[in-house]
Design a binder for this molecule. Structure first.
Ligand code: SF4
Length: 236
């Protein structure tokens, strides 16, 4: 069977990408957003230069690893850009794995299909900003109605979930922390991810951007804690 999905990278074992689980991670190319701080630019701008991994080879790998892994994390890029994603996840679920999907929330139609078919065990939505700043942070014009739909689908999904944002002074401050919390309140988990000004970011001018200090991130966490079951700071 030929699946309409492209895989450009696999991490065979991870203790970090699926909370509390040992997982394999697969990286799917392409994204419809252009966040300047994106740490996977090769998946976004030049995916054709990366080798393809045959989805059937990945399924065979999962069959062999069944006793060693709990779950599979599907990340990108933006995985929902691949029409064959539901088929791929269905194959993985039939092997008995838990599945976590990372998504930017721009494709609520596919999220709904995946949730209706009970193909997901965990969903992590990369969340960008308050509604007013979404286009600025993602560097494209985003259909905010789709973002709002995805937020509601995830909050009401009944499955384990988190919203998470990469946090840096250009785009995030106390006011943003409050506006985002008001919007997402009632969600299970919010993660504040430290921005790392490394060589490999989508917009080279962001290589030298300042990050917040751990104390500043902790102060944002305190502002947001009343709105969620759990707020985490990651990457410090
Ligand atoms: S950070 Fe995520 S949503 Fe933004 S461009 Fe990169 S893969 Fe796409």
């Amino acid at each position: 069977m030929i699946m309409q999905v492209s895989i450009k990278g696999v991490l065979k074992t991870s203790m970090l990408d699926y909370p509390g689980r040992i997982s394999a991670v697969m990286f799917l190319p392409f994204c419809n957003l252009r966040c300047p701080f994106c740490h996977n630019p090769e998946l976004i701008t030049n995916p054709d230069e990366l080798d393809d991994i045959d989805p059937e080879d990945f399924i065979d790998f999962l069959k062999r690893r069944k006793n060693w892994l709990d779950g599979v994390v599907i990340t990108g890029g933006e995985p929902t850009m691949h029409k064959g994603l539901p088929e791929l996840i269905s194959r993985i679920k039939k092997l008995g794995y838990l599945v976590k999907l990372d998504s930017n929330g721009t494709n609520p139609e596919m999220l709904k299909e995946l949730l209706d078919r009970k193909l997901l065990d965990y969903i992590a939505m990369d969340f960008k900003s308050s509604l007013e700043r979404y286009d600025e942070v993602t560097a494209v014009k985003v259909d905010k109605e789709k973002i709002k739909k995805s937020v509601e689908l995830i909050k009401q999904s009944g499955i384990d979930h988190e919203f998470r944002a990469t946090v840096l002074p250009d785009f995030f401050d106390t006011e943003e922390a409050k506006k985002i919390s008001e919007w997402l309140k009632g969600a299970k988990r919010f993660a504040l991810q430290q921005f790392k000004n490394v060589d490999k970011v989508l917009d080279p001018s962001f290589q030298d951007k300042e990050s917040y200090t751990p104390d500043e991130l902790t102060a944002f966490k305190r502002i947001m804690e009343p709105y969620f079951d759990e707020v985490e700071v990651r990457g410090i």
